[in-house]
Design a protein around this ligand. Structure first.
Ligand SMILES: *Cc1c(COP(=O)(O)O)cnc(C)c1O
Length: 967
């Protein structure tokens, strides 16, 4: 007997649809969830929740393909990039990512799917890695405090400029920039300075004293070594700046600092720079972690995230983010910067590169690079060329005169890119990957047909071109962490030990409202380390970057279809930077129309902290608009405020659906009202996961939006970055999108907002793969499922925890968007149990907490995303219901207000296994409140609840002395 027939071949030939892998709930789950919510179908649910007035038609995107086909298509595109050996330098260098770091950090979901370490207890691993990063930067720069991390060197320099403005005693509004600062750094500084009314004065580093005597400056920026390779003694210029009451900032190369007297010892107040060459591929410009280090006196004014030591509830050392009251999420327009998502994953890579090589290893690499540079210099001089400088670390500038273009072209023929400094000079930068064969090839270029120099520097050695007065004597990286992991076995285990301390998406859902912690599919991640994407210099000739250009164009056209906007730039490195670029576009447009006096930015009370912080950076004044009891923008208050500020209204920044998790019915009216008064509407696109395929902000009244590709479009959160924050604008604002640092800026056009023209280019393949594999229908189904999942959670939890703000639809949970806010304020009043206690107790149940106290204090905001299977949603719901029963025990007086498993959460294994147990509740209730937690895979928090206040009072932000680790 033959078997009954198989399905038709045409059906079997296609791969399993990727959408069904990305979206967690299957058809049966969906039916059950719809039943719980009380909706007849997914379509009926969406109709009840999303206002009809803003609904859009189907998206016109390419039909989806499966994982293998998408990878093949992207590979063909990637091959349009040409990988040449880069000697361009200019802040981007070849580097060897150690295999153990590549596979176990960059390609490891335990690291790349983690969230920003706000919940310190489940983040001790990445916090330790970041503390190592800070220690590395502190040691190498010779300054006592460093953050983790900045977005790129150019924005770090711009942040240092505004830091200098904040802390300085000087009343001056001019800022000195040395003329050998990296060109992209100067471009970004110019962009930043202009809206703040600051003047940028450029001159030779040596002339800083004379310039400042004529034009008082609040600060000055120097490059060390200079962009053209000179290793200058900056003590004089730094002293001149400080003598005038200004702050001295040095942008320094960390590899060079293993050999050079560090900025701190030269007298600098602030040091900034990039850590790219510590193991992160060039990636066409990013992502890489930049750094900022400063004097202790400035630490409370410094931008960015800072990791510090504190203690846990048991008095043991524990790490957490320090001095958060500086940051935008608390300080809003008075924050020290608008940075939210930073570059954590690249910072972890850089720190581990230093851990793996140690001080001696890094020094050896630097000595080799520097020796090769000296040898190359000698040979080039023998060939009859003149060098621009007689000092060098890794970079030479050759006076090539009329030969410049011919030499450049010859180098390309031999597979090498040199830097075209200007029409008469070429730059050559060496790095860790440089070989003798490379030197030979370079000599061949400069020999122009003659024979290469006839000496053998390799055997007899060569004198470095570093001035004796600048040779570093001080020690660095002396902490044991930089000495104990030099074997691959030790390194592998150290990385595993750290990642085991943390909760990431590879172990549990991370239901963080506003953050959209969805699947980061492996197929999406694979292309980012392909050499055709990874080994590209951002300022390589355009024809070598044709693949990136196509990637950029395709993603922009797809996002344009998705958002309804006419023009998009992928340059901003995070949502905050997209906000900044978007507001600059509005400002540029208004100035071009002679309406430069418009400077009022309306922002609802519920806005994310980056919104007011970004408005402040473009010189706008923030006016807060109230929200009503339903969580909507209070239209009466809005009307009053637009009337009052009509003549000076620049913009409103709204979030849609709102950060309260509701689709405001009146959004079109709101946009129209602002337009009537001459303002433009900024729609914060962080909640785009509730809109894709259902509504387009560019179509319902928005003029500008940023997207967060690391939220809606699958770039992993990386433990706090990298991100990509595309800025999307309406037709008339297109001329005001940011230019690349290598492009000219005219009139009111907007210059560079990132160091690299395509920002964090190397992670863009992730978003490309997602959209390519999902197609229009798949993306729409993802949005609908995200909304269904949030409504399912709201419906199942609403009797235990009231859901704040609903659309009031005729549904079991009242109808929320893609996230819901659980209100714990009444519980706190009745029992003393806080939202934070619940967040920490969830750790004992194996979960990462939802967003705590944003946008409303005393609440938890839950965003499940479409990727979580129903079984995981149910596990979360069971945990929350069990916690509610625990709260009931406190309410009933069975457990004391101060002695219950909520107040003492999270419970460490050490506490559970201790010989004494001081609590009124049993150990089993603390550790295994649900039977499903038994059986061996339970997550144990490595520390008890972390004391934030203690850490801020006793600030300690580098690796502690060994004794305190032993404690
Ligand atoms: C995440 C977020 C931002 C900021 O984006 P980053 O990429 O973290 O800089 C802005 N607004 C809202 C509503 C957000 O959720």
């Amino acid at each position: 007997m033959l078997m009954p027939s198989f399905p038709p071949l045409a059906q079997l030939e296609t791969e399993r649809e990727f959408g069904a892998r990305h979206i967690g709930p299957g058809p049966e789950d969906e039916a059950a969830m719809l039943g719980a919510v009380g909706a007849a179908s997914r379509a009926a649910l969406i109709e009840a929740i999303v206002p009809a007035a803003i609904r859009r038609g189907a998206m016109d995107l390419p039909a989806p393909v499966g994982e293998a086909a998408a990878l093949a298509e992207l590979k063909a595109l990637a091959r349009k990039n040409r990988v040449l050996k880069s000697f361009i330098g200019q802040g981007y260098h070849g580097t060897q990512t150690p295999g153990v770091i590549l596979r176990n950090i960059l390609e490891n979901p335990a690291w790349y799917t983690a969230y920003t370490p706000y919940q310190a207890e489940i983040s001790q691993g990445r916090l330790e890695a970041l503390l190592n990063f800070q220690t590395m930067v502190v040691d190498l720069t010779g300054l006592p405090v460093a953050n983790a991390s900045m977005l790129d060197e150019a924005t770090a320099a711009a942040e240092a400029m505004t830091l200098a403005l904040r802390v300085g005693r000087s009343k001056a509004t001019a800022f000195f920039v040395a003329d050998d600062v990296l060109p992209q750094t100067l471009a970004v500084i110019r962009t930043r300075a202009e809206p703040l009314g600051l003047q940028v004065v450029v001159g030779p580093a040596e002339a800083a004293g004379e310039v400042l005597a004529g034009t008082p400056c609040f600060g000055a920026l120097f490059q060390y070594p200079g962009a053209e390779g000179a290793v200058r003694d900056l003590r004089g210029p730094i002293a001149a700046v400080k003598a005038q009451g200004g702050q001295a900032i040095v942008a320094a190369d960390l590899l060079a600092l293993t050999l050079l007297v560090p900025p701190g010892e030269l007298g600098a107040d602030v040091a900034v720079g990039n850590t790219q060459r510590f193991g992160m591929p060039m990636g066409n410009g990013g992502p890489h972690a930049a750094y900022l280090a400063c004097r202790e006196a400035h630490q409370r004014s410094m931008p960015g995230r800072l990791v510090g030591m504190s203690v846990d509830a048991h008095g043991k050392p524990a790490l957490r983010l320090a001095l958060q009251t500086r940051e935008q999420h608390i300080r809003r327009e008075k924050a020290t910067s608008n940075i939210c998502t930073a570059q954590v994953l690249p910072a972890v890579v850089a720190s581990m590169y230093a851990v793996y090589h140690g001080a001696a290893g890094l020094r050896r690499i630097a000595e080799r690079v520097s020796s090769y540079a000296a040898a190359l210099a000698e040979g080039i001089e023998q060939l009859g060329w003149t060098l621009a400088h007689d000092t060098a670390f890794d970079t030479l500038t050759v006076q090539t005169g009329a030969q410049t273009e011919a030499l450049l072209a010859h180098a390309v023929e031999l597979g090498m890119n040199l830097r075209r400094v200007d029409a008469a000079r070429l730059g050559v930068s060496l790095d860790e990957t440089t070989t003798r064969a490379d030197l030979d090839a370079l000599w061949t270029v400069f020999a122009r047909g003659a024979s290469r120099p006839d000496f053998d520097v390799f055997e007899k050695g060569v004198a470095p071109r570093i001035p004796a007065a600048l040779q570093r004597r001080s020690a660095y990286l002396t902490h044991p962490v930089f000495e104990q992991h030099h074997s691959e076995t030790a390194m592998l285990r150290y990385l595993r030990k750290l990642s085991d301390k943390d909760l990431a998406l590879d172990r549990t859902m991370i239901p963080l409202g506003s953050c959209t912690m969805k699947l980061n599919a492996t197929s999406e991640m694979i292309p980012i380390t392909w050499p055709e994407f990874a080994q590209i210099h951002p300022y390589a000739p355009a024809e070598q970057r044709a693949g990136y250009a196509e990637l950029d164009a395709q993603i922009r056209s797809w996002l344009s279809e998705i958002t309804g906007y006419a023009g998009i730039s992928l340059q901003p490195n995070a949502g905050s930077q997209g906000e900044y670029a978007g507001l600059l576009a509005i400002r540029g447009w208004q100035r071009a129309r002679g309406e430069g006096h418009r400077d009022i930015c309306l922002i609802p009370a519920s806005a994310h902290g980056t919104n007011p912080a970004s408005a402040q950076m473009v010189g706008m004044k923030v006016v807060v608009v109230a929200c009503d009891a339903q969580g909507n923008v209070d239209l009466a208050d809005l009307r009053a405020k637009v009337e009052q500020h009509s003549a000076k209204l620049a913009a409103i920044m709204i979030t849609y659906p709102s950060t309260h998790g509701v689709f405001e019915e009146g959004v079109k009216d709101l946009c129209a009202l602002v337009h009537q008064h001459g303002g433009r509407v900024y729609v914060d696109g962080a909640n785009m996961n509730a809109l894709v395929g259902l509504a387009a902000p560019g179509a319902f009244g928005g003029d500008v939006s940023h997207l967060n590709l690391h939220k809606t479009f699958c770039i992993p959160h990386g433990g706090g970055g990298p991100g990509v924050g595309p800025v999307c604008v309406a037709e008339d604002l297109v001329p005001f999108l940011p230019k690349g640092a290598d492009e000219a800026v005219h009139g009111e056009e907007v210059g560079a907002v990132s160091a690299a023209p395509l920002g964090n280019a190397a992670v863009l393949p992730i978003t490309w793969m997602y959209i390519r594999m999902m197609g229009g229908e798949g993306l729409t189904r993802a949005t609908e499922t995200a909304i269904l999942s949030a409504n399912y959670i709201a419906a199942r939890l609403k009797d235990a925890f009231p859901v704040l703000y609903t659309g009031g639809a005729d549904l079991a949970g009242g109808g929320v968007a893609h996230e819901c806010i659980l209100d714990l304020r009444a519980i706190k009043d009745a029992t003393g149990v806080t939202a934070e206690d619940v967040a920490k107790r969830l750790i004992d149940y194996g979960f990462h907490a939802p967003t705590l106290s944003f946008p409303v204090a005393g609440t938890l905001m839950v965003e499940p995303t479409e990727s979580e299977p129903k079984a995981e949603l149910d596990r979360f719901i069971e945990a929350m219901l069990a916690i509610r029963r625990e709260i009931a025990m406190v309410e009933a007086g069975a457990w004391g207000r101060d002695d219950n498993p909520l107040k003492h959460a999270p419970h460490t294994a050490e506490v559970i296994g201790a010989d004494t147990w001081p609590h009124a509740y049993p150990r089993s209730a603390a550790a295994w409140p649900l039977d499903s937690l038994r059986g061996g895979s339970k997550y144990w928090s490595p520390v008890g609840r972390v004391d934030n206040v203690h850490g801020d009072r006793n600030l300690f932000c580098t690796c502690a002395p060994v004794e305190s680790y032993a404690a």
